[in-house]
Design a protein. Structure first.
Length: 135
């Protein structure tokens, strides 16, 4: 199982009138978590697209809200990959407040597209090779 954590401070512009992190912004946290997790493996989303010509469109998102996250909190985004990707990659996200309390969880499934053919492909070998040591 591959687990990655990164931190992010909640900005004023990300909150609603009540001072809570706006519900529509959680997918952005998932994206930050995914991008940083993949970067930690030694691959960037930019490389996936520009060098390897692979896109990863989202096909499924689920969000579960707990307690509020508020303006100026330093949150932790934990991103987990529980199984090696095949035709899809499945990311599990947990969002923790400054006190380490889990306030949100989400799941995102993406699949792989060859940008030259615009066809669905299996997970690239170089990504699986980076993930294998964690399984």
């Amino acid at each position: 199982m591959f687990v990655h954590e990164c931190k992010k401070r909640v900005t004023y512009g990300e909150t609603d009138q009540m001072g809570y992190f706006y519900y529509g912004n959680y997918c952005t946290l998932y994206e930050i978590g995914r991008a940083e997790a993949i970067r930690d493996l030694g691959i960037t989303y930019k490389e996936l697209e520009s060098k390897y010509r692979i896109m990863m469109p989202v096909m499924y998102v689920e969000s579960r809200y707990g307690g509020p996250i508020t303006y100026d909190e330093l949150i932790t985004i934990r991103t987990t990959v529980k199984e090696l990707p095949t035709k899809m990659i499945h990311f599990y996200h947990e969002i923790f407040n400054e006190n380490g309390q889990k306030e949100h969880r989400g799941e995102v499934k993406l699949f792989f597209i060859d940008m030259e053919t615009n066809k669905r492909i299996s997970s690239p070998d170089y990504l699986n090779e980076k993930l294998k040591p964690y399984f």
